[in-house]
Design a protein around this ligand. Structure first.
Ligand code: ADP
Length: 492
């Protein structure tokens, strides 16, 4: 089977978030004798073409507005798996400093940039003669690929056998635009601009296009796939998602244990493993020194690495913070995001300098040290499609304290889960209400258990023994691809 994996970003080439990690890993894991996989993304300025030795493949013509535009296609291979990655080079849209915007502002032509990209993906398949059985789209930037296929390309023989799988990594980003602009640029028929189509409260919704026109939908955790069918999490799309419940599944993301492994991680100060965690302390001592804390084995360090947005529960953390700082604990926060929270947490760091530290930047190396050096990891998310940070924390024996939502609910088993429950292996602490009080009560439970080193060590062992590698999820994606293939086969 031939699979085209489409994503606006793919690690290690270009990355701004978790989607890039998934896109950099999954195609390689899926690929084998049965599945031939290629990946496609835009050729952004930040892609270092020399470093990745990209080669020119061909030029393609893209029907656009009232004419035709020329784009170039470059190619390289993924470092570990050798999967071919094609880059769509079209300078007016992609040769810019940012991926989606600059200085906190989205580019005003993002609709045209990504509509162009979607069409270029289809034309690239044709140009390199890769006739896809499944096009696997990811997030709103790829959402109108199935819209093109069901309209302008519906009688194109090249794509007769093609199905579309659409994966939602975050329903909060919908790609909503002025319909006139999109229709004029793409030539899509106005008939798609309908409540039963791409229309979303007077806007052209790229994500909605993906959700409506794709053959099958997935989210990145089972819990999130049911949450988004409810008004609380559905962002106005819960009705559509409920209607598509028979074509909607959740598959949890994996993480790459070659990168995230405390036994081999070169970015941490002391390597350790589940049957010998003694060296974890070396990292804690280092982290305390880095943060300007006095190290005290009896006082746990809580870490948090996050985008500073309300999705991540930053607002309830801020409300609880003065109370939290009355506890016997240290707190280190690494993150970037809303200016407002930059200011607020910088003020907290000044006020509680002996037990709280905040680092407002993106820092991969420091992130490794926080995962390794902390005792607990906080994720009080309002919603969480999957979450990678708790999976990393588990591997590093850094016990997650999380809110019960999305992928957090699917991967964390609360300490208090009754022993008679099936598969009971508590690996963290979880609270349900989205409130400062519930957060504090949960932290208090964790602090209490920390006082008992035997029980805490057992939690660490349970956490480190969890397996969230890509293998299980990869098999689920393969099974879905096969299912789509069979469905199409029956139709033609
Ligand atoms: P998101 O919703 O942001 O994708 P995830 O938990 O799925 O959240 O993934 C976030 C990833 O980005 C994690 O691997 C986390 O370690 C990393 N990360 C987030 N903020 C920073 C930062 N400021 N510095 C380094 N790594 C970060």
């Amino acid at each position: 089977m031939k699979i085209v994996f489409v994503s606006p970003e793919i690690a290690p080439f270009v990355k701004t978030g978790g989607l890039a990690d998934v896109a950099g890993a999954l195609p390689g894991f899926v690929s084998n004798d049965e599945f031939e996989v290629i990946a496609v993304m835009p050729c952004f300025r930040s892609l270092d073409r020399n470093a990745w030795s990209t080669e020119f493949i061909c030029n393609i013509d893209i029907p656009w507005a009232d004419g035709v535009e020329k784009a170039a296609v470059f190619m390289t291979r993924m470092p570990a798996s050798g999967v071919r990655v094609y880059f769509i080079d079209y300078a007016p849209f992609f040769d810019r400093d940012g991926l989606y915007g600059e200085r906190g502002m989205d580019y005003e032509d993002n609709d045209r940039r990504f509509a162009f990209f979607c069409r270029a993906v289809l034309e690239t398949c044709r140009a390199v003669n890769f006739r896809p059985d499944v096009i696997h789209c990811n997030d709103w930037q790829t959402g109108i690929i199935p819209v093109y296929l069901k309209t302008l390309y519906c009688s194109d023989r090249f794509f007769q056998g093609t199905s579309v799988l659409f994966t939602v990594h975050n329903l909060a980003y919908q790609g909503l635009f002025d319909p006139e602009n999109v229709i004029n640029a793409t030539g899509l028929p106005w008939s798609v601009y309908d409540m039963y189509g791409v229309e979303y409260y007077g806007r052209f919704g790229f994500l909605k296009g993906g959700l409506f026109y794709s053959d099958f939908l997935t989210t990145v955790s089972p819990r999130y796939s049911s949450e988004i069918r409810e008004p609380e999490y559905g962002m106005g799309l819960h009705g559509l998602l409920q209607n598509r419940v028979d074509s909607l599944a959740g598959i949890i993301n994996g993480i790459d244990y070659d990168i995230w492994n405390p036994g081999t991680d070169l970015l941490i100060r002391g390597n350790y493993k589940v049957d010998d965690t003694g060296n974890k302390k070396i990292n804690t001592v280092w982290l305390c020194r880095f943060c300007g804390f006095e190290y005290d084995e009896r006082v746990p360090v809580m870490g948090m690495i996050t985008r500073l947005t309300e999705q991540k529960g930053i607002d309830i953390l801020a409300s609880a913070f003065d109370e939290l700082m009355k506890r016997e604990m240290k707190f280190v926060l690494l993150g970037t995001g809303d200016e407002y929270y930059h200011g607020l947490f910088s003020d907290f760091a000044k006020k509680y300098s002996r037990k709280m530290s905040v680092i407002l930047r993106y820092d991969e190396e420091l992130a490794h040290m926080i995962y390794a050096g902390s005792d607990m990891f906080l994720m009080p998310s309002k919603f969480e499609p999957c979450g990678l940070s708790q999976l990393v924390s588990l591997k590093y024996g850094t016990v997650p304290v999380v809110r019960e939502t999305g992928g957090l609910a699917d991967t964390i088993t609360d300490f208090s889960t009754p022993a008679w429950e099936e598969n009971n292996r508590p690996n963290g602490f979880m609270f349900r209400d989205y409130s400062p009080d519930a957060l504090l009560a949960c932290v208090d439970r964790a602090l209490k258990v920390y006082e008992d080193s035997d029980r805490w060590n057992q939690l660490m062992v349970n956490a480190m023994n969890c397996d969230f590698s890509w293998s299980a999820s990869t098999e689920q994606y393969r099974e879905l691809y096969r299912k789509l293939f069979r469905m199409k086969d029956n139709l033609i």
